[in-house]
Structure formats: C-alpha cells, structure tokens
Design a protein around this ligand. Structure first.
Ligand code: UD1
Length: 338
C-alpha cells in the first residue's frame, strides 16, 4: 500500500517514513527541500534498507499536485507534514504562512476528495489549546484564539479538514495534536536540522552544549510553576512517529468511529525548562551555560497532555523517558558536528 508523506524529509516526517517502512508500507515523499535536505533519504535508506520514492514538488504549485496524483493513482493514504513552522516568522509574514500551510492543504484535499477512498493524517499542534484552563489537557479542551498566524494555520487546517470530511464520506482524517517533539533516531542517521538559530529549546540546548552558542536564555523564571520556569510535555520523535502509523492504520482498517478524529500526542508528563536543562546535564555530563532572561512574548505557562484517548483508542503510549530522548538529541548533535 502506497502512502504519501508530504514534508517527509523534515524532522518528524523523516522519522515517520522510517516507521512506515518498518511496518511494510511503500512510501512516496513530497518535499520542496525549502527546509530539508535530500541527504535525509540516505539516512532513511541506511536505517530501513529501503530508499523511499521521492518527488521534489512545491505543493503551492497546484498543477504539479494534480499531475502527481495522476501519476500515483495508488496512493491510499497521506500524512501531511509539509508546512512552515517558525512562530516568530509567521507574525512578520502572515500571508506566507497562510499560502504555505492553508493553500497547499486545500490543493491536497481537492485531489484526495476525488478518490474512492483516502486517509489523511494531519500534523496539528497543542498550540490550538493556547493556555488551557485545566491540566492535563484533554482533546475536549476548548480551542483558543491563536497567538500567531502559525498557530492559526493549525486551527484552520483542522477546520478545513473537518468541513471537507463532513461532505466527503470517502475521506477519513485524523489530526494529531503534538506536544513538544524532541530527539533523534537511535541510529543517529536522522534527526532535527534547524536552519539558523534554533527557536526551540532542545536544539538550542544541544548546540550550546557543543559550543555553537554561548549560552541558553531561559525565558522567564517567574511563572506560577514549581521552579518558576515554563512547563511543557516533551515527546520523543520516534514515539511520535509511531503514533502516525497507528493513526493511519486505524483509518485504513476502517476502525475510526467518525470520519474526522483528533488525538493528543504527548507523554502526559510536564517538565520545566530547568528540568530539561538538568536532563541535558545528566546525559551529557556537561554543565550548561544559561541565564535567566524575561519571558518570551506569546509563551504560555504550562501545557501537558492527557493521553488517555491515544492510549485507549489508538493503543499508543510513549515509551521513552526525557533522558533517553535527550541522550538521542545529544548523540545526534555530536554526530552532525563531528
Ligand atoms: C513552540 C511553538 C508552538 C509549536 C512548537 C513546535 C511558540 C510560542 N510556540 O512551542 O506553536 O507548535 O514550538 O515545536 O513558539 N525556551 C527557553 N529558551 C529558548 C527556547 C525555549 O527558555 O531558547 C523555553 C520556552 O519559553 C518554552 C520551552 O522552552 O517554555 C519550550 O519552548 P519551544 O521549544 O520553543 O516550544 P514551545 O514554545 O512550547
């Protein structure tokens, strides 16, 4: 069975391609390489012994999307990662984000709606909950006004898929709301490759540990949390990748109860910024250079998942601890700098 993975050369996409191939799916990747490297295909091939098919296509080019689906009529499922993801950039360039993340989704859905049967997994984010009123966050927590155009594209993406599924019985979709993905494949053949200065905590920490950055700025120690720093749910990317495969199987096997479903994907455990730093220090044996600075605009205090639905309905549970995930991130950082 052939599965299209858009953005399959990216961080979460590449790990998901590995898990799909390990489960026997045939994968075709679409990526425009705007934030990823074709060399990722080598890493995937080394891990799985199989090179996925690859089409360098920009999904904004509607004619090319149509042509792709004519050439690959046997695609039965799509895992859609391709999107721009820098929160700060999205505030400065909102139309770029709406065009990249919404325009491309519409083109994709138009093609999928023509098929007799199609399954879609959508890359969503816990950002849709904003600062939730209750922890842990369940899927029924209200979606709050987005803080950024990026966050808005995730909310709108979910709504577009929901509306389309409602009138397209042949289309089944699951949105996975990720908490904070981190780490790298244990083989260290693939991992996160941030362009420029990392905005996310874990790559910033590992780059600081390597001496590429002078020090980590901890954004705020006056949050109402046990140690004053903000709390997130850090999920190992391989665990997250496996959730995609289970979600896709659910749709392919027709086990879904509705034709649009939503699942949180996290560990269920919150960790503060200082706890993440301590984890790095434990696994690397290095002291991390950091200083406390004021809060970052738009950041929330606490977010961690209630994973009951994914546990019970998808049969998925995160397996790896923060230290194990951190160790893989550190191994990867050392490998790419050597
Ligand atoms: C961010 C995005 C979120 C997106 C997610 C993807 C924002 C506001 N939110 O989440 O929409 O889905 O990435 O991974 O950008 N921190 C520091 N110093 C740093 C970097 C981060 O102290 O140099 C802190 C942050 O304040 C936060 C935590 O580390 O408390 C995690 O930050 P980050 O990795 O950027 O993720 P989020 O902000 O949770």
């Amino acid at each position: 069975m052939k599965i299209l993975v858009t953005g399959g050369l990216g961080f979460i996409g590449s790990h998901t391609v590995v898990e799909l191939q390990n489960e026997g799916y045939e994968v075709v990747i679409i990526d425009d390489c705007s934030n990823a490297d074709e060399k990722v295909l080598d890493g995937i091939e080394t891990i799985t012994g199989k090179r996925p098919l690859f089409e360098k296509i920009d999904l904004k080019e509607k004619a090319k999307v149509e042509d792709f689906f004519k050439r690959y009529q046997d695609v039965e499922g799509v895992i859609h990662f391709a999107a721009s993801k820098a929160v700060g950039e999205s505030v400065v360039k909102p139309l770029l984000y709406y065009e990249n993340n919404i325009g491309t989704l519409v083109y994709l859905l138009k093609e999928l709606a023509k098929k007799n049967k199609a399954s879609v997994i959508f890359s969503s984010s816990c950002t849709v909950y904003g600062q939730a009123d209750e922890m842990p966050i369940t899927e029924s927590a209200p979606v709050k006004t987005a803080e950024s155009p990026y966050g808005n594209t995730k909310q709108m993406g979910e709504e577009i898929i929901f509306d389309t599924c409602k009138v397209t019985p042949s289309l089944n979709a699951i949105a996975l709301r990720y908490f904070n993905p981190m780490g790298a494949h244990p083989s260290v053949e693939i991992g996160e490759l941030p362009v420029g200065v990392p905005q996310n905590l874990v790559p910033f920490i590992t780059q600081t540990g390597m001496g590429l950055r002078n020090e980590l700025s901890v954004f705020g120690d006056d949050y109402p949390t046990p140690d004053g720093t903000a709390v997130r749910d850090y999920i190992y990317v391989v665990d997250l990748a496996k959730a995609h495969v289970l979600a896709l199987k659910r749709l392919i096997e027709g086990k879904n109860e509705e034709n649009y479903e939503v699942f949180n994907v996290g560990t269920g455990k919150g960790s503060s910024v200082l706890e993440v730093i301590q984890s790095f220090e434990r696994v690397s044996g290095k002291k991390l250079n950091y200083k406390i600075v004021p809060r970052r605009a738009g950041d929330i205090t606490t977010a961690y998942a209630d994973t009951t639905k994914a546990n019970e309905v998808l049969g998925w549970k995160s397996q790896y601890s923060l230290d194990e995930a951190m160790k893989s991130a550190w191994d990867w950082e050392q490998k790419i700098r050597s």
